[in-house]
Design a protein around this ligand. Sequence first.
Ligand code: MG
Length: 303
Amino acid sequence: MNFYIKLIFFLSFSFNIYSQDPLDTGLEDRNTALNYAHYLNCSGAFEKKIDGKVYFFPCKNEEELQIKRMQMQVRPEVTEVWDPEPKVVIPGNSFGMAPSDAIILFDGTNLDSWIQENGEPKWSLSDGYMTVKPGSGGLYTKQSFGDCQLHIEFRTPSQIKGEGQGRGNSGVFFMQEMGVKGDVGYEVQVLDSYENRTYSNGQASSIYKQHIPLVNASKKPGEWQSYDIFFKAPLYDEKGKLLRPAYITVIHNGILVQNHVQIQGTTRYIGYPSYKLDKKKEPIMLQDHGDLISYRNIWIREL
Ligand code: MG
């Protein structure tokens, strides 16, 4: 089967039909299982009774399915995309101040709107900005959000340390439930991408390992930068079936870099994206990736 047909199967399975992995739960009819088997490049479909009900699984038997499962647990490099490399655009210099209906999440004076897994925020606060405290974990909004417009400013360290993904890494995660392990949210990557090549779908303002930014609008290390993000949360029916995937638009330093792109599922470091069952609203999380990223002027409008 050619790549595009596979992709259509992948998209339809990922986005429209299941929020859970059909390789684990089985499918209700044989034809769908056979279609999925085509997508997996395996042969046939087999049936299995679970709680007295017959389910169909792609592949000719449990053994072949197990091999396919293992192949899908891929190395992290498999989901890196290096080409094309977004061209560099030098941004202008303007920052967005909060409009009257915005919820101020951080004005530089306190961390009252934020929480960490072990309680009060441990990130440091000084001179109107806050900074990641490496090892302390992500910083979560106390309030949960669904559809929203988020403005956030960040700065990667002026002293360059490391390279690629190891240089100025953090991230803005939507729908990141606190206390759930693993890659469960949708990340807009924060990274020092000024003359710092990494895989294109992992550089600053990428939707991590899903969408390459249209251009590289990064400023130099140590300079303040901004994201304006328009996020549309995924929608599920009452049974947890995905009705509509999430969409996201990102403006980086005043330049459009993600134009209403469809999020393919949780943004995973390892493996392919798939949808979990999100609540209607969940916290936004700023990532602790071990680097000293600072944030300031964070405000949000619920849509
Ligand atoms: Mg990150």
